[in-house]
Design a protein around this ligand. Structure first.
Ligand code: AMP
Ligand code: MG
Length: 328
């Protein structure tokens, strides 16, 4: 089976072609909306997705070496995400499904970050530490659903890093720039560390950092180093607690922040200490991408899940545990 996946939950528009029989990602085209200054305006991001749609589609088919007629299934990210941008991907997916007369399948974006790891690595039943721009969750499978064991109570980790970077005068996305500056320091400044059970909170830390940047006493390098050490330790603590609680022995990382080498190193240390296995992916499968949507679509389709056009409405607020997981 060949599945075409479409991703459009936020700043990334992506199209991918995945072949099921040899588990091959034939193409995974990612185009990301960027700004020189300022954040994401939903309507402008949607315009970006329309601008790049045709090129992305053509490139995805060309790279995969297939024609549209060879597609067996069309999967799209149905939610959660920004309404304006979700609508672009969903509309395109519906049209393709009707024109090619192939089934359509709506995929939950957060779940797709976990399924891509199960498809591409040897992980069977991992706890996912999903650390992206807007989303920060610890997710694992339990009794027919993907459950959220812990999450941020306020800001997503990536958005938090991007805001901090903006306060420092660095551009968007800020995460990679913070990582570079952090390498130049070993001086730890004690910062607020907020873990509540299996949840984390970043709002207080954000205010603390804004004040520090305003006062100008600490070096950028020391602040970046200390921020990474603090917030990644919070993530690792809640991920480890979820592993202890569920008895699961595999950890998978996901989301754009998972590209960070220090977060990967801390994850590795935690897993080694508790005799667990860590699974990492190529960066193209950590960030928002359409391959994970196609992969999840294939799994769902094989389990008999269907999304008729009249059930293909976008679901901007869909929760990870709203979805009945029939494919496991
Ligand atoms: P996503 O929403 O999953 O596409 O992830 C986007 C987020 O990942 C942005 O907030 C980026 O700042 C962040 N990010 C990307 N690369 C890194 C990195 N190397 N370290 C920390 N954060 C990163
Ligand atoms: Mg994501």
């Amino acid at each position: 089976m060949i599945c075409l996946g479409i991703e459009s939950t936020a700043h990334t528009f992506g199209i991918s072609v995945v072949r099921d029989k040899d588990k091959k990602v034939l193409s995974n085209i990612i185009t990301a909306f960027k700004t020189k200054s300022g954040g994401l305006v939903p309507a402008k991001v949607a315009d970006h997705h329309i601008d790049v749609l045709e090129d992305t589609f053509v490139k995805a088919l060309e790279t995969a070496g297939i024609k549209a007629i060879e597609i067996d299934l069309i999967a799209f990210s149905q939610g959660p995400g920004i309404g304006n941008t979700l609508r672009i991907g969903a509309g395109f997916a519906r049209s393709l499904s009707l024109l090619l007369n192939k089934p359509l399948i709506g995929v939950n974006h957060c779940i797709a970050h976990l399924e891509v790891g199960r498809f591409l690595t040897k992980a069977k039943d991992p706890v996912l530490l999903y650390a992206s721009g807007a989303n920060t969750q610890v997710i694992a499978y339990e009794a027919g659903k993907y459950r959220v064991f812990g999450e941020t109570l306020d800001l997503g980790i990536g958005n938090f890093l991007d805001t901090f970077a903006r306060n420092l005068g660095l551009g968007f996305p800020g995460g990679p720039k913070i990582e570079e500056l952090a390498k130049k320091s070993k001086h730890y400044i004690k910062l607020p560390y907020v873990v509540k059970g299996m949840d984390i909170s970043l709002g207080g830390l954000e205010t603390n950092l804004k004040n520090r940047v305003h006062q100008g006493k600490d070096s950028k390098e020391d602040l970046c180093f200390s921020v990474q050490e603090t917030v990644f330790a919070m993530l690792i603590e809640v991920a480890e607690r979820a592993m202890a609680h569920t008895g699961k022995t595999e950890l998978l990382l996901g989301g754009g922040v998972a590209c960070n080498k220090r977060l990967q190193e801390m994850s590795r240390i935690m897993c080694e200490e508790r005799g667990a296995k860590l699974f990492l992916l190529e960066n193209q499968f950590f960030v928002d991408n359409a391959a994970m949507i196609a992969i999840t679509g294939i799994e769902m389709h094989k389990a008999g899940v269907k999304t008729p056009i009249n059930k293909s409405e976008i679901r901007p607020y869909e929760r990870t545990d709203d979805v009945d997981v029939k494919w496991r």
